[in-house]
Design a protein around this ligand. Structure first.
Ligand code: ZN
Ligand code: ZN
Ligand code: ZN
Length: 111
């Protein structure tokens, strides 16, 4: 299982005021990112979940950040999936493009 991510917190333990909290895979990267504004790296208690489309294998990602959105648990996964118009059924995630389909893997077309 993957190691838990690192996040940046302020002196009160709060997160940065961002729509999507940035996660860092190593403490070193978190420290590098924290340096300019005095935030402190904190390792999460458990590894994150990410969602990958069962059809096109694209990760659920935030376009503003350009990396996969990390989810703390199934409840959050369900909430975020619906906020991004993904479906999540019995642990199988499908992106909005593939939900509306049709997808033809051999022709490399989606939606
Ligand atoms: Zn994470
Ligand atoms: Zn897809
Ligand atoms: Zn597809």
């Amino acid at each position: 299982m993957a190691d838990a991510c690192w996040v940046l917190t302020d002196e009160y333990g709060g997160g940065r005021d961002e729509p999507v909290v940035a996660h860092y895979l190593t403490e070193t990267r978190a420290k590098d990112a924290a340096r300019p504004d005095g935030y402190r790296p904190r390792q999460l208690d458990a590894p994150c979940l990410t969602l990958t489309c069962s059809c096109c294998e694209e990760p659920l990602q935030d376009d503003d950040y350009g990396h996969a959105i990390h989810l703390a648990d199934q409840a959050e996964a369900t909430e975020i999936a619906s906020a991004y118009d993904w479906t999540l059924t019995d642990g199988v995630a499908t992106c909005p493009t593939c939900v509306t389909g049709p997808c033809d893997r051999e022709a490399d077309t989606h939606g």
